[in-house]
Structure formats: C-alpha cells, structure tokens
Ligand binder design. Structure first.
Ligand code: COA
Length: 160
C-alpha cells in the first residue's frame, strides 16, 4: 500500500516555506498531494485555477508530488485520494493554537485520518503568504521569499 500524504493550504501564493515542507515530505512519503483549498473566506488574490497552475509550475521537478485544487471538506478530499495523512507545517509557537483547533476538527470529522506536522528550515519561519502579497503590492522585492515564477505572477497581478 502506498503511503500518501496530503499537504493542504490556500497557497496564495506558494512560498519557499511551503516548498521546504514539501521537499521534506517527499523523502518521507511515496506520494505527496499538495491540496489547494478554494478558501473563499480568505478572498484569495489568485483564483483557484491560478494557484493550482503556479504551484504545479513551481513543483514540476518533483516526481512524487501532485497538485490538486479542491472545494470540499478537506477530510472528504483526503479520503478521495486514498490517503490517511494530513500534513501541516508549524513555523512558530503562534501557529500551534490554530493547528490544535484545526486538527481537533479534522479528527472529529474523520478519526481514521492522522495529522502530522513538519517544521520548515528556521530561515523560513517568518514567511507568510499575506506578508509576501503586501510587500509585492508596495513594490518591494520578494525574490528571497518566493520562487521566480511566483514573484513574476505577483508583479503582473498586483501591477496597477
Ligand atoms: N511557510 C510559509 N508560510 C506558511 C507555511 C510555511 N511552511 N505554513 C503556513 N504558512 C502560512 C500561509 O502562507 C498562510 O499565510 P496567510 O494567512 O498570511 O495567507 C498561513 O500560514 C496559514 O495558511 P495555510 O497554511 O495556507 O493554511 P490555511 O489556514 O489557509 O488553510 C485549510 C487551512 C485550507 C487547510 C483549511 O481551511 C481547510 O481544511 N479548508 C478546507 C475546508 C474544510 O475542510 N474546512 C473545515 C476545517 S475544520
């Protein structure tokens, strides 16, 4: 049986912090499914289709990674992928409360699915997609935080 982990998030946009977690995960699991949530409540800057396309482009060199968008409950998506692991990144203690709550809800919805946590390299612990969007929208350089394709897409999207 294949060991499949689902790494969910909004990825608006994907950053080097996310890539770091995905690279670590590819060494631990046979298959990593990067699951891009529609997340309408977050009113994402990039559409779901744009986020899937951009993330796919960034991760194209990883053979055991696939990128799929979803608009359902995450637990239903995980079952549909025949996976039983939800992977989340923990950057700092400030992520912990939120993750405890989220994991508790996933567990109530689907007790057979286990949540696992990985920590990114410490140089990425302060990155977040919203800071990256803010810096880019104010004309700042985000090349230290996101892959080149993402920096370009941000420039195009946020250019007045
Ligand atoms: N490196 C850099 N940034 C990271 C990161 C890492 N390793 N890990 C998380 N982040 C950042 C993200 O960029 C994001 O930043 P932002 O809020 O500034 O945009 C923030 O941390 C957290 O976002 P993310 O990891 O994308 O998760 P999320 O909170 O948007 O995603 C879902 C939560 C999508 C997994 C959750 O809402 C979900 O499961 N949705 C599906 C519907 C569902 O089942 N709902 C019921 C939930 S009980």
């Amino acid at each position: 049986m294949k060991n499949i982990a689902v790494y969910p998030g909004t990825f608006d946009p994907i950053t080097y912090g996310h890539v770091d977690i995905i690279q670590r995960a590819t060494k631990l699991f046979d298959q990593v499914v990067v699951a891009i949530a529609a997340s309408p409540k977050k009113q994402p800057t990039f559409s779901l289709e744009e986020r899937v396309a951009l993330t796919t482009q960034v991760l194209k060199s990883h053979a055991n990674v696939s990128v799929i968008g979803f608009e359902t409950l995450l637990t239903d998506f995980v079952k549909k992928q025949n996976a039983n692991i939800i992977l989340r990144g923990l950057r700092a203690v400030t992520d912990f409360d939120y993750e405890v709550q989220l994991t508790g809800m996933y567990r109530r919805l689907a007790p057979e699915i286990e949540s696992l946590f990985l920590m990114p390299s410490e140089k990425y612990t302060y990155i977040s997609s919203s800071y990256v969007r803010e810096i880019a929208s104010l004309g700042g350089d985000v090349s230290e935080f996101v892959p080149e394709a993402v920096a370009k897409a941000l420039k195009n999207k946020l250019r007045k």
